[in-house]
Write a protein of this length. Structure first.
Length: 255
């Protein structure tokens, strides 16, 4: 069956839906998970012969723990999704909605999960002699492709013994990395999803530090209803009624 690209209107304009995801952060606190990047979605018209600039944010690293913002700039709007912040916050921003996400909570041993773009991380819980790091908060579900983005990183095991009794906190849905624990070292947030990195552990007496995971890079996706590709830019896939242009690095979208 072929679909008529009804979104391609008169006057050389195309109605598109977009998703902008900032880069996730690398934890910079003792044992708390990194936050996912900001997430902004919406719809707009793209005009023919117009160059639309795409900037994709990088994930946080040991050199710069903050994630970088991603953006979509057209002739009629400028959408910015903030990178994950150092304090368990992402900061999605847009000149249209002015939305922002909440901060994560910090629990016992500072081993809370990082904030996802849609939900705070959970606090750590303690019961002698074990300590159970918190899980990363959930990222945002984009219903167009049924995928979560910008999950928070899991908290890291923080007791003074160097043989963890409990596993690290789980990364939140949306590419959050897991924290350090009995199941191994922390892992990075997933690139392209903007997940926060899993928490490691600072050096404590007689025991070495355990590294945190880097934040995952962000992405920008532009989608429209059509039976064939109508524009250029990014990695192009067709699924169901939609054509998707996915950017995991800087580029341009041109109709």
């Amino acid at each position: 069956m072929r679909f008529t690209p009804f979104a391609f209107a008169a006057g050389g304009q195309l109605l598109v839906e977009y998703l902008v995801v900032g880069g996730g952060s690398r934890p910079n606190t003792l044992r708390s998970g990194g936050s996912g990047g900001g997430v902004v979605s919406g719809s707009t018209y793209i005009y023919s012969a117009q160059t639309n600039a795409i900037v994709v944010g990088k994930g946080g690293t040991s050199g710069d723990t903050n994630g970088s913002p991603s953006s979509l700039t057209t002739s009629i709007l400028n959408v910015i999704a903030g990178g994950g912040g150092q304090t368990g916050c992402g900061s999605p921003q847009t000149f249209i909605t002015g939305s922002s996400q909440q901060c994560g909570n910090f629990g016992e041993f500072n081993s809370a999960g990082g904030a996802g773009s849609a939900q705070n991380g959970t606090n750590a819980s303690c019961s002698t002699p074990a300590q159970f790091p918190g899980n990363g908060g959930s990222g945002s579900l984009w219903t167009l492709n049924n995928t979560y983005y910008a999950g928070g990183g899991g908290g890291g095991y923080g007791n003074t013994d160097d043989t963890p009794i409990s596993a690290g906190g789980k990364g939140g849905p949306g590419g959050g990395g897991k924290g350090y624990g009995s199941d191994g070292n922390a892992t990075a947030g997933t690139n392209g999803l903007g997940g926060g990195g899993g928490a490691g552990r600072a050096a404590i007496p007689f025991n070495p530090a355990r590294p945190a995971g880097d934040g995952g890079s962000g992405s920008v996706i532009i989608a429209y209803i059509a039976d064939r590709q109508l524009a250029t830019g990014g990695s192009v896939t067709i699924s169901g009624r939609y054509v998707y242009h996915t950017f995991t690095s800087n580029g341009t979208f041109t109709l």
